[in-house]
Write a protein that binds this ligand. Structure first.
Ligand code: ADP
Length: 565
């Protein structure tokens, strides 16, 4: 298998071989040139040298004959050994022959001339050879230059091509891998690297491709799971009878079931994925659902019929701390209708019972009258009990009637200017007898001399309710304090007792209809305070229950002062 390492090694060896080839060829031609020059030097230049020396020795025969003859002989001998050119051997032999006369008496000037001519002929022969060989050397040099130029050019082109292309062997796969990793980063698990090579990069591409295939598998199985969960959640949400809208922590609508879409009068596409703030500005009902903080039921006309709803906003905390919200809108029309029917029923029954009770009360009063007949002490006792029972029943009926009035929204408030002191004295009148039975004192501290704006009868009713509760819960010989205070705008009337007070956890429930604190054995139906609250609020006031720091409860109401008081 070709590895990247062996590719780099092969590339380097290849470049090095090119270098060796060009160097070898250069060396080869240099050696050839050197040989040519050496041949010229040894073969011809030396012969020319010998001949030159022969000529000068001949010329110096007259000066020093002995030495010149010795030099001539030595040079002829040397020339004879250095015969290289065609015809040179014969010429040298003929010269040697001719030179023999130098010692003989045949020595003439013509002979010398002929000898010199032979020497010059040898010189000319060698000079001609030098010229030929020089030309040959020049041709060799030119050839070397040409070949070296061609080879250098070829090597240069190959080296450039190689060094340009070789890095791609490494950078190409790295580039492909970088791109592939980026695709994974962008969750494109379908991306694969196409690399045919079998080297380390090929292995790396295979490893990447199998990783991407696994990721793709996980992604698709996870996606399937998520899609399944989503459709299950959608099915559950759509099967809910109550309209439900989900909002994420970035205030985007996550879902809205069919019931919610029907109420809002929108399509799923208009709402899901949109910003809740945008939707608030476009849809009145949605704005009301998001902004209304009260728990009170509200009316919506659905299919030309008034329907009553109440809403609940659930906070759904995620594991990462982010909070989603779910608005649930419950259709309570059927309960409301039942409630109205119940209220009407109570109102009718109370009204119908009031007349016979009043007449039986009248009958009992007649029985007490001695003109009708004298009753025994025992009989009078029974009649008194019956009168008490009648009174209690009349009180219950009056509360039930008031409640029915309140619930049906038909409270009639007759606003007038009322003197608080009158309210207090009339309320005390009705409760005095019951207070006396257990020696309870009722005291009044009036720190105000203003009048208030309210319904005289209903204020007496409320204060009476406070007082009768206070008498019920006060210990024997306890004290009840009625306090009247006012500021610039309001009057506060409070009733303090020395009873057990209200258990802390129930203080917020005390004004709820039919509420009785657990363990409370006192008679009562838990309606008095609820009706008092509705009466006082209908007079634009507010009602409050507190515990005294020591022992006992304080019930108070605050109502506006009459104008100009
Ligand atoms: P009830 O007619 O049953 O007294 P109320 O609405 O007047 O109904 O009172 C509701 C409940 O509030 C009572 O059942 C009692 O538990 C509590 N409560 C009212 N007044 C007092 C008080 N003065 N001291 C302690 N608890 C009281």
């Amino acid at each position: 298998m070709t590895t990247v390492k062996s590719k780099i090694r092969a590339g380097t060896i290849f470049l090095f071989s090119l270098l060796l080839i060009s160097g070898g060829i250069g060396i080869y031609y240099l050696v050839q040139l050197k040989n040519d020059a050496k041949a010229i030097l040894a073969n011809n230049y030396e012969s020319v040298e010998y001949c030159q020396r022969l000529l000068s020795s001949i010329d110096s025969l007259a000066i020093d004959r002995e030495k010149s003859i010795a030099a001539i002989k030595a040079n002829v001998k040397a020339q004879d050994k250095n015969v290289t050119e065609p015809g040179e051997k014969e010429l040298t032999a003929s010269l040697a022959e001719s030179l023999k006369i130098i010692d003989s008496p045949d020595y003439t000037t013509e002979n010398i001339l002929s000898i010199k001519n032979k020497i010059r002929e040898i010189i000319r022969l060698n000079m001609a050879a030098i010229e030929t060989k020089n030309k040959k050397a020049e041709a060799t040099a030119e050839k070397a230059l040409r070949y070296l130029t061609i080879i250098a050019t070829v090597i240069f082109i190959i080296a450039i091509t190689f060094s340009y292309n070789f890095p791609f062997i490494i950078t190409n796969p790295i580039r492909k891998l970088t791109e592939a990793i980026r695709q994974i980063e962008e969750k494109n698990y379908k991306y694969r690297i196409q690399l045919e090579q079998k080297d380390e990069f090929g292995q790396m591409a295979n490893a990447y491709n199998s990783m991407a295939a696994r990721l793709e598998y996980f992604e698709s199985s996870n996606l399937n799971k998520i899609l399944f969960e989503k459709s299950r959640a959608e099915a559950v949400i759509n099967s809910l009878q109550d309209a439900s809208i989900g909002i994420d922590d970035k205030n985007r609508i996550l879902f809205a079931n069919d019931q919610a879409l029907q109420l809002l009068g929108l399509q799923s596409g208009d709402i899901v994925g949109h910003s809740a703030d945008d939707l608030k500005s476009e849809n009145d009902l949605f704005r009301f659902l998001m902004e209304d903080k009260s728990q009170a039921p509200f009316k919506i006309v659905v299919s030309n019929r008034e329907n009553y709803f109440n809403k609940e906003i659930l906070d759904i905390r995620q594991k990462d701390g982010s909070g989603n919200k779910m608005i649930i809108i419950k259709n309570i029309t059927s309960f409301k209708e039942l409630d109205v029917a119940k209220t009407n029923f109570i109102a009718t029954i109370s009204h119908e019972l009031k007349t016979p009770l009043a007449s039986s009360d009248f009958g009992l009063k007649l029985l007490e009258d001695e003109r009708i007949g004298t009753l025994s002490g025992e009989q009078l006792n029974i009649i008194n009990h019956l009168k008490d029972d009648n009174k209690r029943m009349l009180k219950i009926l009056s509360e039930l009637l008031n409640m029915a009035q309140v619930e049906s929204g038909k409270i009639e408030i007759r606003t007038e200017t009322v003197d608080p002191a009158v309210i207090v004295s009339q309320a005390i009148d009705t409760i005095e007898k019951a207070a006396e039975e257990t020696n309870i004192r009722i005291e009044t501290i009036n720190e105000s001399n203003t009048t208030v704006k309210g319904d005289h009868e209903k204020l007496i009713w409320v204060l009476n309710n406070f007082l009768s509760n206070a008498v019920k819960f006060s210990p024997r010989e306890g004290m009840i304090l009625i306090r009247i205070k006012s500021d610039d705008k309001n009057l506060v009337m409070s009733v303090e007792d020395e009873g057990p007070g209200i258990e802390h956890g129930y203080i917020n429930h005390i004004f709820t209809r039919y509420f009785k604190a657990p363990g409370n054995t006192q008679p009562g139906n838990g309606l008095g305070l609820a009706i008092s609250k509705d009466f006082i609020e209908a007079m634009n006031g507010s009602i409050k229950a507190e515990n005294k720091s020591g022992h006992g409860a304080v019930f108070s109401f605050r109502i506006p002062l009459a104008q100009g008081s």
